[in-house]
Design a binder for this molecule. Structure first.
Ligand SMILES: [Zn+2]
Length: 378
């Protein structure tokens, strides 16, 4: 299933120049191909021997070197657009293709995503040959970007339409529920209504990249200001940062997608960042763990696929209550990984117990028939 998402672009002056130029080149190639095809057709009609092969966008480059500065995929797409116009003409569903005029035609070009050249990162969309352009992402999507069409309005505003390949809505048996506890030792501990518990560690390649990031940070601090080695170290640090960001993003996307694929009701605790951020070492770990981003992704994916997301109140005592008997045994410091209930004697793994309590919470809410609150009140 292909779906389009349109966003406003905010290019820099240099990027604006590139976009305008590529739009112009795409139009030029379209018109030139059309002109040559008409010529070839007329030559053949006049009996000039076998029909010449129509030219390709690349064959124009030696004659019109300015085409080399444009995104070559945009030129290839201009040819495809003309081919489609001719196909419609021959099928009798449209008139003969017309030349594109600078003033009257839609100013746009289309480019394709080859090996991730089109992607979204930190409020910017990356397009081939021009790089990262700031844009307003008013809505999120899930899936693989196939192509991008950049268009310019008469008033000089730019937009990008991303064509995204999306899976059909996954089917899950009604009522499948999962409770998710977020942690530092494991990224997440999940227990579902079949009472199957799964602990999700941060992936190895992410941990490795994070270790590299630490080394790169230390290396930069040791270099003399203004030296060439410092510049090199700075570049390496920036690259490593990007790698960590990409891997974390990838990990969070895959995990949130799987949870939504497998469950109809998802309950996750909302954290108390302010309280936890008081501990500086812990704060660093929380910032890196990407919990906020994970909950955000769960939120929009649940909305998109028609799942119910329950965000437990930050003060819901998921770690304090015994999941076996319901006794609230009071606060437990973060260093307490296991404990035994004073009331019933059940022995608990801290994270598994918390995820079980979150699961129970979801089951209580769903069976009480009090509607489906997005957020649970106190
Ligand atoms: Zn108990």
């Amino acid at each position: 299933m292909l779906k389009g998402y349109k966003y406003r672009l905010h290019p820099t002056p240099a990027q604006t120049e590139f976009l305008v130029r590529t739009i112009g080149c795409a139009r030029f190639v379209y018109n030139k191909l059309l002109e040559d095809r008409i010529k070839i057709h007329e030559e053949a009609k006049a009996g000039g021997g076998p029909k010449r092969k129509p030219p390709t966008p690349a064959s124009y480059k030696p004659l019109f070197p300015f085409l080399c500065e444009a995104d070559s995929l945009a030129l290839a797409n201009a040819k495809l657009h003309l081919d489609a116009a001719f196909a419609k003409f021959f099928a009798g569903t449209a008139g003969f293709p017309v030349f594109k005029s600078k003033r009257k035609s839609r100013a746009s070009y289309t480019t394709n995503n080859q090996h991730g050249t089109i992607r979204i990162e930190a409020g910017k969309v990356r397009l081939p040959k021009v790089g990262f352009i700031r844009f307003t992402q008013h809505r999120d999507f899930d899936g693989e970007i196939r192509s991008a069409t950049v268009s310019m309005t008469r008033t000089g505003k730019f937009f990008v339409s991303l064509l995204v390949e999306q899976d059909d809505e996954p089917w899950v048996p009604a009522g499948h529920t999962v409770g998710i506890d977020l942690g530092l030792e494991h990224f997440a501990t999940m227990t579902n209504d079949a009472l199957v518990t799964e602990k999700i560690a941060n992936p190895r390649n992410l941990r490795q990249a994070e270790a590299r990031l630490k080394r790169a940070q230390r290396a930069l601090a040791r270099k003399k200001p203004g030296s060439r080695n410092r510049e090199k170290a700075r570049l390496l640090l920036a690259k490593t940062h990007e790698q960590v960001r990409n891997r974390r993003h990838d990990f969070l996307h895959k995990l949130s997608r799987r949870i939504v694929d497998e469950n109809q009701v998802v309950v996750v605790e909302t954290l108390r960042p302010r309280e936890m951020m008081q501990d500086r070492r812990l704060a660093k770990a929380i910032g890196d763990a990407g919990w906020g981003e994970f909950v955000r992704q769960l939120e929009y994916k649940c909305k998109f696929y028609g799942r119910t997301l329950i965000k437990a109140d930050p003060w819901f005592a998921s770690t304090q209550v015994c999941s076996a008997c319901g006794e609230n045994g009071g606060r437990k410091g973060l260093h307490i990984r296991e404990w035994t209930c004073g009331a019933c004697g059940a022995h608990h793994d801290r994270d598994v117990n918390a995820s079980l309590n979150l699961l129970r919470l979801a089951e209580d809410i769903m069976s009480s028939g009090q509607g489906l609150p997005d957020e649970l009140g106190q």
